[in-house]
Design a binder for this molecule. Structure first.
Ligand code: ADP
Ligand code: ZN
Length: 367
């Protein structure tokens, strides 16, 4: 038998920068020219973000490439499918994209996830630039390199880890974002404070009105700080083996609430309730002081996010849904519970009774 070693140890540097600013579109040309992109540029966007922002962005991109084209798809999570990937890939071929082409996502998490995935597999990988336009995408999905689409069996079940060459965020994009979509991202913002940064949590407490009023300076501080915090986690744990798990705070129950409601409950809403549920479990175990728990619930509520569950979502349905969480490892559910504001621990062995107790407290009653 002949043994042939295929040695692939050469580490590739996939470092990139995230730029965060306000009314900074004019700087896009200069920033992009540093990347020395050579070929044609394809903007992938949805019909809303195309009208609102991608047209403007296209004008700036035309300064760095002679060939800039836009592909716009309908908005909505339903688009996050393999069917869309195939359609877009065929469109790109028909529009003469080649290996030197760059895909630029202009939109929320849906567009970012689809475009990143497509860039990672189209012609075995082309350059990807992400221009996130929702708060959720700016603080969460655009950092960390996760891409992918949904299957009927569940969300994000097919995808890749693929880093963008650049993330460009202008908080001005958030000026057109509906309140509901804005709050969707706020849940993740609050999450960062609870899991890893007490001072940031205090900053949020002091700036609720300014954030809700979308004060650009406060938004730049908020978004860039969240990107730094997520960057720190991702740098240490790119492929999600340990530390990155803390980002899952509030998500164990959130995923179940989302699917139990047939995705009528938005992700951020589910995360808000999930964070309160995890906090209640921590109170029950005397892991966290009740005063800290109340502060967590109060901040979530002050932003207009839910701190209770509708009665019609039964605790049974939510608990049964937990077993389908893809983050479950070897049959064990890992719970991220707050120890105090700014610090969490990962716990296993939470009983059905404890979960039921927390969910029932969430149905109508407060902490
Ligand atoms: P998420 O980042 O929450 O995954 P989606 O990509 O699903 O977001 O976008 C949510 C909705 O918000 C979509 O209908 C999208 O077209 C719309 N949208 C995205 N960015 C903006 C914006 N800056 N202004 C207004 N609407 C936007
Ligand atoms: Zn999330």
């Amino acid at each position: 038998m002949t043994r042939i070693e295929v040695s692939l140890k050469k580490l590739e540097d996939r470092s990139y920068s995230i730029f965060v600013g306000h009314r900074c579109l004019a700087e896009l040309e200069r920033i992009l020219s540093e990347l020395e992109l050579k070929g044609s540029v394809f903007i992938v966007t949805d019909d809303n973000t195309n009208e609102l922002w991608a047209r403007k962005i296209k004008k700036h991109l035309e300064h760095i490439s002679e060939c800039v084209k836009t592909i716009s798809i309908p908005p909505g999570e339903e688009q996050k499918s393999l069917r869309t990937i195939e359609k877009l890939a065929r469109k790109l071929i028909n529009m003469e994209a080649d290996r030197t082409s760059t895909l630029v996502a202009v939109g929320g998490g849906v567009i970012g996830d689809i475009t990143g995935f497509l860039a990672s597999i189209f012609l075995r990988g082309v350059a990807f630039i992400n221009i996130p336009t929702t708060l959720l995408a700016q603080v969460d999905s655009s950092v960390g390199g996760k891409t992918g689409v949904d299957l009927v069996e569940g969300k994000n079940l097919v995808g890749t880890f693929y880093q963008p060459r650049l993330v460009f965020t202008d908080v001005d994009f958030l000026s057109t974002l509906p309140r509901e979509e804005f709050l969707n991202g706020m849940a993740e913002v609050i999450k960062y404070g609870i899991i890893m940064d007490y001072d940031f949590f205090e900053f949020l407490e002091a700036n609720v009105e300014k954030i809700l009023g979308r004060d650009p300076d406060v938004l730049v501080k908020t978004v860039s700080h969240c990107c730094k915090l997520k960057r720190n986690v991702v740098e240490d744990d790119e492929k999600e083996s340990g530390l990155r798990r803390i980002l899952n705070f509030g998500h164990t129950i959130a995923h179940s609430v989302e699917s139990a409601s047939n995705y009528r409950v938005k992700h951020g809403w589910a995360v808000a309730v999930g964070m309160v549920a995890a906090t209640l479990i921590a109170v029950g175990r005397e892991i966290i002081e009740p005063d800290d728990a109340r502060r967590i619930e109060t901040l979530i509520g002050r932003f207009g996010l839910p701190v209770s569950l509708p009665e019609n979502l039964s605790s049974e349905l939510i608990i049964n849904g937990l077993s389908f969480d893809k983050k479950r490892r070897k049959g064990v559910l890992h719970w991220v519970l707050p120890r105090k504001i700014g610090s969490v621990e990962v716990v296993t062995g939470i009983t059905r009774g404890e979960i039921k107790n927390a969910i029932e407290k969430l149905q109508g009653k407060s902490l």
